[in-house]
Design a protein around this ligand. Structure first.
Ligand SMILES: C[S@@+](CC[C@H](N)C(=O)[O-])C[C@H]1O[C@@H](n2cnc3c(N)ncnc32)[C@H](O)[C@@H]1O
Ligand code: SF4
Length: 370
């Protein structure tokens, strides 16, 4: 079932690695921005009247930095303008250092039932180096407020000077604090971010070192009862993110807010990245879309495969045939043959063997040209 993504583009401070659309100096615009977001919810709700949505995700930026009444307001507006399924999954991203008991109480009143907390690392010096506004202690405080709730922690790999022991402390902290889900992302040094200079200077761990950290983290997570279900995502049984699973199944979703992207009715489209332009468009009643393309059938087939092979659920031959009317092994015969040694089959399902999932990108390049 489709999902709804809402982008909240405000942060207290820009992290040194961050390439997301977030404006550390524009918090004063939160009220005006949220009024526009409510309006976009209404506009899109009318167009998607016939659809039922299963998940809502407040991402950012830092959704927890704005007054929680806006999250409450956005949820009210969504309930009014969209048709939500029974028991929808409603997630909010939160940064330690921006959370209080009152905020969480209002999120829960709004219907939020899943929290995603950006820990990144338990080592304070590394947090400082990343430009994070919080310490490991702030993370512990946030988790205390979330006791008994369904929450996830984000962890990063490949930080300057990061050792296995650092990663141990980080995963151990998230696990002891009660995270039901852990995302473990390898740092991507994005061109234009301050950390990119560290990368060019050779100050970040290289690919082999990151791979070693990943393998170490993976084993530790397994030991602590977190099962890998996607290359970077691990969960206690039953706590997988429904919102993200929909992306990997090539399900439809509508993205609302500045820079948000959508996939609906076979089209991928993206809202403007410019905050002022976003607000002007919405206030004039126009969709703030700057890019839109219909996905051609051949590209759609590759997308289906690429997304499915990131997960441990793999590709279902009959679902592929249902979607495209052909057999994926015939459509990608050459690549399928070349990559055979990395794959395993179980009935209708083909997946990347456990030991190769981390390098799925390299395997997938074979499929890129059909
Ligand atoms: C949408 S982001 C931001 C969520 C929230 N604002 C925060 O920073 O805690 C979600 C996660 O992506 C990861 N991330 C962001 N930039 C990254 C990068 N350049 N490389 C790898 N992971 C990144 C971080 O772990 C982050 O928590
Ligand atoms: S808090 Fe998150 S979104 Fe904001 S700058 Fe840092 S990484 Fe980017």
């Amino acid at each position: 079932m489709p999902g709804i993504y809402l982008h909240i583009p405000f942060c207290k401070h820009k992290c040194t690695y961050c390439d997301f659309t977030s404006f550390p100096d524009r918090l004063a615009f939160a009220e005006a921005y949220m009024a526009c977001l409510y309006k976009e919810i209404e506009l899109r709700g009318k167009q998607l009247e016939s659809c039922t949505f299963d998940t809502v995700y407040f991402g950012g930026g830092t959704p927890s930095i704005i007054d929680p009444k806006y999250i409450y307001g956005a949820m009210k507006q969504i309930q009014k303008c969209f048709h939500l399924a029974k028991n929808p999954e409603i997630t909010i991203e939160m940064n330690p250092g921006t959370v209080s008991e009152q905020k969480i109480a209002l999120y829960k009143k709004a219907g939020v039932n899943r929290f995603s907390v950006g820990l990144q690392t338990a080592i304070d010096d590394q947090l400082k180096n990343l430009g994070r506004i919080h310490t490991a202690r702030d993370f512990v405080y946030t988790c205390g407020l979330l006791r008994g709730e369904n929450f996830s922690a984000d962890v990063m790999l490949g930080l300057k000077g990061q050792t296995k022991e650092d990663l141990f402390k980080t995963i151990e902290l998230a696990s002891r604090c009660g995270a039901k889900h852990i995302s473990m992302y390898a740092l991507t040094p994005e061109d234009g971010t301050p950390i990119y200079t560290d990368y060019l200077n050779g100050e970040l761990p290289d690919g082999d070192e990151v791979r070693e950290l990943y393998d170490y983290g993976y084993a530790l997570l397994k030991e602590r009862g977190y099962l890998r279900y996607e290359v970077s995502n691990f969960a206690k049984k039953g706590f997988e993110s429904r919102h993200n699973l929909n992306y990997w199944r090539r399900g439809e979703y509508i993205g609302l807010g500045v820079s948000a992207s959508s996939f609906f009715f076979g089209k991928r489209f993206t809202n403007t990245f410019d905050l002022d332009e976003y607000m002007k468009c919405v206030l004039s009643g126009f969709p703030p879309v700057v890019e839109s393309e219909t996905v051609e059938k051949e590209d759609a087939k590759f997308e289906f495969l690429m997304l499915a092979l990131r997960t441990v659920y793999g590709i279902s031959a009959h679902k592929y045939t249902e979607a495209f009317g052909s057999d994926w092994r015939e459509d990608f015969a050459d690549a399928y043959q070349k990559t055979g040694k990395y794959l395993e089959e179980e009935g209708d399902i083909t997946r990347i063997k456990d030991e190769y999932l981390y390098v799925q990108n390299q395997i997938l390049t074979e499929y890129m040209n059909g």
